[in-house]
Design a protein around this ligand. Structure first.
Ligand SMILES: [Mg+2]
Length: 215
């Protein structure tokens, strides 16, 4: 790790699909909520899933309620979401290289989280790795928006750094690459499964270590 490279101060990470798999979120939206809905309303799982999906779609991802698990628990009369989410903690899974990459980069840079997930998700998703990060931002919970250029600009202000002093990596081409790159952040798109034909996309997080040496 090049400790003398002072140009980059902060290495910033998206969370779901980047350092943590989507297993936990999937289990909440498509297993736990429809299972409990089925029990509560005396339906088969498939019927419950259909009703739950229709309700999700009726709200849509442009409204803040869509991201709020307690909103859905209240709407479906399912009780307390926080207790139910705690039960799913074992479903949080990190990618194989996550721990080692955070440990290595933490020796030379401040590590930051820039996530589109709400804080009541991050509480679970980051539980075992939060000690690696000096700052955590949720665009939805802290700025009531998705990860726009404005979100990244506000985040840099709060971090007290210029965008050019930040490296950000994430798996969403638009929210983790196009938006941060548009304000001058050194953004990298993580494409674990090679779904895009962007030759510059990273295949796993270890590549960030080499890239930082060359910036
Ligand atoms: Mg992501």
């Amino acid at each position: 790790m090049n400790n003398k490279n002072k140009r980059i101060e902060v290495v910033s990470f998206d969370v779901e699909g980047t350092i943590v798999t989507t297993d936990f979120s999937y289990a909440i939206w498509f297993e736990m909520i429809p299972q409990r809905f089925a029990l509560r309303h005396g339906l088969e799982f498939d019927q419950a899933m259909l009703k739950v999906r229709q309700a999700y779609e009726s709200v849509g991802d442009q409204r803040l309620e869509w991201y709020d698990v307690q909103y859905w628990f209240t709407r479906f009369d399912l009780g307390r979401a926080d207790i139910a989410m705690e039960e799913l903690q074992p479903r949080v899974k990190y990618f194989p290289e996550t721990a080692e990459v955070l440990k290595t980069l933490g020796k030379g840079y401040k590590l930051n989280v820039a996530s589109g997930s709400p804080r009541h998700f991050l509480k679970h998703l980051l539980r075992d790795i939060e000690h690696n990060f000096s700052s955590v931002y949720s665009s939805i919970s802290d700025f009531q928006q998705v990860k726009t250029a404005d979100f990244y600009a506000d985040m840099c202000c709060k971090l007290g750094v210029e965008p050019r002093q930040v490296v950000h990596v994430g798996d969403n081409l638009h929210f983790d690459y196009t938006e941060p790159a548009s304000i001058g952040i050194n953004a990298f798109h993580l494409d674990r499964e090679g779904k895009t034909d962007n030759p510059a996309a990273l295949r796993d997080l270890t590549q960030i270590i080499d890239l930082l040496g060359s910036l």
